[in-house]
Design a protein. Structure first.
Length: 294
């Protein structure tokens, strides 16, 4: 399976940006039919997204997903009926009210898959799980969702607008306390559900140093990828979420040490004591490395 570190939004109604996107080293392209598309361009964006999906190469290393409009939006039904038959790898669901919206979406996708004789379950789902205040109170229930759920990501802009916040970052550029909590909630809800935790976007696309710090913090905390809004952010994200050669070598040594000592709960290596959480972390690093090379 290919790595899924960088998730680049591409406006669905921009022929120029769609044409350029296949040359960008993003692991995942998100053809956007929601926020980046004006109401009068929604139909045209759908048609362009379908054309892009239908014309993509079968051996492309990129996954192509589509962000539809929210389930309670008038355009959502048209989005799904148009794009699912074109075979996107997944659907990004904005503004879910609860995990039940993911289940509703999954059933609708399944109907289209059956109608068009597609493999049932081939279309995955990534909800932007924190964009409505009510969504925060059922985050733990994502662990009960179907296997279509690929991961969870989060957002702060719609949420802060919904509660009337004047800002979601402090003067140093750090998330304010409510949004630090929301970020953590997404991270732990994703891992509780056994799916990927994808960090939200870094809005200042010119600030690559700030982006790198944000990526470093996200990977440190347990996120495995990050949303992007500009092609220039992709290489920084890919690099930050790719284990270094030293990390990979150390992870291999840890795994080998535990394999050579079956049943051991604690072992010493390089003057440090290692236990089962270190083994799990090492295995995760090796899985990330394998995905990046696949």
């Amino acid at each position: 399976m290919n790595a899924m570190r960088s998730w680049l939004f591409v406006p669905g109604d921009s022929e120029k940006k769609l044409a350029k996107s296949q040359d960008i080293p993003a692991d995942v392209l998100i053809l956007d039919l929601e926020d980046s598309v004006a109401p009068q361009n929604k139909a045209a964006a759908r048609a362009m997204a379908v054309e892009y999906l239908s014309g993509r190469s079968a051996d492309s290393p990129q996954q192509v997903w589509v962000r539809i409009n929210p389930l309670d939006h008038a355009e959502a039904g048209a989005d799904l009926s148009a794009v699912i038959p074109a075979g996107p790898d997944g659907i990004v669901l904005p503004k879910p009210r609860s995990p039940e919206d993911v289940e509703i979406l999954g059933r609708r996708i399944g109907n289209y898959e059956a109608e068009h004789e597609m493999p049932i379950g081939c279309t995955r789902i990534l909800p932007v799980a924190t964009e409505t205040p009510q969504s925060l109170f059922s985050m733990g229930d994502y662990r009960q969702c179907s296997k279509r759920l690929m991961g969870l990501t989060w957002g702060a802009e719609d949420l802060s607008a919904a509660v009337g916040a004047t800002a979601n970052r402090d003067q140093q550029g750090n998330w304010t306390a409510p949004y630090q909590w929301v970020r953590s909630l997404c991270l732990f809800a994703a891992h509780a559900a056994g799916v990927a935790a994808i960090d939200t976007l870094y809005a200042d696309f010119r600030d690559l140093e700030g982006l790198e710090r944000s990526c470093t913090d996200a990977r440190r905390d347990g996120f495995s990828g990050k949303l992007a809004i500009h092609p220039g952010q992709v290489e920084v994200i890919n690099r930050a979420f790719t284990p270094s050669a030293d990390e990979i070598e150390r992870a291999r040594r840890i795994v080998a040490l535990f394999e050579a000592n079956p049943g051991a709960g604690t072992l010493g290596m390089d003057g440090a004591m290692l236990d089962l959480p270190h083994l799990l972390q090492a295995k995760r690093i090796l899985e990330m490395s394998a995905g990046e090379k696949a």
